[in-house]
Design a protein around this ligand. Structure first.
Ligand code: F6R
Length: 610
């Protein structure tokens, strides 16, 4: 995840900026850079890879003498991870340097407009439109320029700016991306994450959405969206560095669970415009889509499970047969594929050895390949014919959460796009689903509100001492059950298995005895009565049932021991919301059992061996 630090004070800025960037390293990054204003000129040093390299290039910051500047660690979203794409980005006239976290959704439009006006872009990033726009807007009044800038930008952003004409000040604006001001003694900071400035101060001011701050060595001035000055109350933190890195949460996993509304927004919103879907310019020819004999979705673990959700969605809306294949099986199964099949390769890390091998084999056999990947320019992203990035930001906890839900979101986009091309979905249903997809991040925000989380926590505590748990569901609920069971087993070490609810009676029901816990996903209205009878057959054998239901199906609670409901959403999209409940359930069960949640035994984040 990108990180921002800005410093203004009496000391040499660059060594402080580099130190701040080192504190942000844990968030994951691929390049870094600093810009300092020295004698009314912006001096820039950037580098690919580790901050140690930036430190070397700048002699620990000693090469830059100014007392105010900005720094950034970049996690690539648009454009390769390299020195040119690293931030800060500077305007053509060299007067503005900018660091940016987030995604500028209308950057392509702004870029074309700026190019037509003679602007030369150095990088492939969305962020570079910001300094280039500022150069054109600024006429000596920086606050007015920032208001105009904000009116032109669509998307999410936390932005730190220095201007060579404006001595001893940093400017900060934000929307849907955190930005915090650190208050020191004769020096002040802007940071995306308080851990970057914790060594220098414990007093912070949180910038709210659409607010602007002007930060000088002696103070800060904040303004609301209309430009009116506002007073902000500082707060003091007593967190240690470890807690600060986790944003105040005890574990990365729970922090990442809470990051899902933003991760989903960043994955969905840039691809949806005026009710239509644009998959980053990936063009599917109608004759190719019409001629597809099938789609193979390949991945491992949770990525494989995301693919199963994708299968239900794509088959329903595109009427194209979809086969889910574990990457480790695909490579040794002599797969049948050719130019009439699309192979969708899913991987959060983009480095999983089995998945990479499957991608290479599919390509060799003549299939078109589309990768759904989180890490930009990873091996799978580089090798696939086309890539749809998930924009979840780096995941540090071993158990994936936002990685998985954003994969599912990307598959929904893909399914809808193919259905529209093939003409297998009505315009009405397409529009309806696009609107509901856009609402998903807000649905997840509702689920993560304190009272909802408390309900999950209470039930997790009630069931934490179980040794064996079943997850059942039908249709897309079955697909969601697979991921729920994996989450629980990998972090709490409870044996958990997912079954298609109708399959239980073909053998596994013999394992249900007094008190055996079954989580029954019941979000599919059309399958309600079937689920009801499956639940009753578990209960009649003494089993305990915790239902995860949609509001429409909440009367299922009458035949269950406990129930959690998800927010109102389309039945086709419920796996994202059930995933969030099941992630929380697994997390709080594991917490109760005092497990090492972020680093479960025997597991690694990236599996780069076969
Ligand atoms: C489970 C989990 C793993 C990964 C799997 C694939 O929480 O994280 O099952 O989903 O190892 O990893 P990627 O997606 O990086 O290919």
């Amino acid at each position: 995840m990108c990180g921002i630090i800005g410093y203004v004070g009496k000391r040499q800025a660059a060594p402080i900026l580099i130190d701040g960037l080192k504190r942000l390293e844990y968030r994951g990054y691929d390049s870094s850079g600093i810009a300092v204003v020295e004698n009314a000129k912006i001096k820039l040093i950037k580098s690919e890879g580790k901050i140690a390299e930036l430190e070397k290039r700048s002699s620990g910051g000693k090469k830059l003498n100014g007392t105010f500047g900005i720094g950034h660690t970049r996690w690539a979203t648009h454009g390769e991870p390299n020195t040119t794409n690293a931030h800060p980005h500077v305007s053509n006239d060299g007067r503005f340097a900018v660091v940016h976290n987030g995604i500028i959704e209308n950057f392509a439009e702004l870029k074309s407009e700026l190019i037509a006006d003679g602007c030369k872009f150095a990088s492939e990033t969305d962020s570079e439109v910001i300094p280039q726009l500022l150069q054109r807007i600024y006429d000596g009044d920086m606050l007015a320029a920032l208001r105009t800038l904000e009116s032109r930008l669509k998307g999410s952003y936390a932005v730190g700016i220095v201007c060579a004409d404006e001595p001893d000040r940093l400017y900060a604006v934000r929307k849907d991306n955190p930005l915090i001001i650190g208050l020191g003694d004769g020096e002040n900071f802007i940071v995306s994450d308080i851990s970057a400035a914790l060594r220098y101060t414990r007093k912070f001011v949180l910038l709210d959405n659409s607010e602007t701050a002007v930060v000088t060595p002696d103070g800060i001035k904040c303004y609301d969206a209309s430009g009116a000055p506002i007073e902000k109350e500082p707060y003091t933190v007593d967190w240690d560095v470890d807690r600060a890195e986790k944003g105040g949460y005890p574990h990365f996993m729970i922090k990442e669970i809470h990051e899902q509304p933003r991760a989903l927004t960043d994955t969905l919103r840039p691809r949806i415009s005026d009710g239509d879907i644009d998959l980053d310019g990936i063009n599917f020819d109608k004759s190719y889509v019409d001629g597809l004999t099938g789609i193979d979705i390949v991945g491992c673990g949770s990525a494989y499970h995301a693919g199963i959700v994708g299968k239900y969605f794509i088959e329903k809306h595109c009427r194209i047969p979809v086969v889910n294949i574990l990457a480790s099986e695909y490579i040794y199964s002599d797969p049948i594929t050719d130019g009439k099949r699309l192979t969708v390769i899913i991987s959060q890390s983009g480095e999983t050895a089995d998945t990479l091998a499957a991608l290479r084999l599919a390509k060799k056999l003549g299939s078109k390949t589309l990768a759904i990947v989180n890490v930009v320019h990873s091996a799978i992203a580089r090798d696939a014919d086309s890539v749809l990035y998930t924009h979840a930001g780096p995941e540090i906890a071993v158990a994936t959460t936002k990685g998985y839900t954003t994969q599912v979101a990307a598959l929904y986009l893909l399914g809808l796009k193919l259905a529209a091309i093939k003409g297998t979905i009505t315009q009405k249903r397409f529009t309806d689903l696009v609107e509901k997809l856009e609402a998903l991040p807000n649905n997840v925000t509702e689920q993560l509100a304190e009272p909802e989380v408390e309900k999950v926590k209470t039930l997790a505590a009630r069931y934490a001492d179980h040794h064996c748990v079943f997850f059942i569901g039908r249709g897309t609920d079955y697909a969601a059950s697979l991921e729920g069971a994996l989450k629980l087993k990998e972090i709490s070490y409870i044996h958990a298995e997912a079954y298609a609810a109708g399959e239980l009676k073909h053998g596994t029901i013999s394992l249900i005895e007094q008190g055996t816990l079954t989580l029954a996903l019941t979000t599919q209205t059309a399958l309600y009565h079937k689920m009801e009878s499956n639940i009753k057959s578990v209960e009649s054998r003494g089993g305990t049932v915790l239902a995860i239901a949609s509001p429409a199906n909440s009367h299922i609670g009458e035949c269950c021991n406990d129930m959690l409901t998800i927010p109102e959403c389309d039945d086709d999209l419920s796996p994202v919301l059930t995933a969030v409940v099941l992630q929380l359930f697994a997390y709080y069960v594991a917490l109760d059992r005092k497990c090492d949640i972020d680093k479960p035994r025997n597991l690694a984040k990236s599996v780069t061996v076969e």
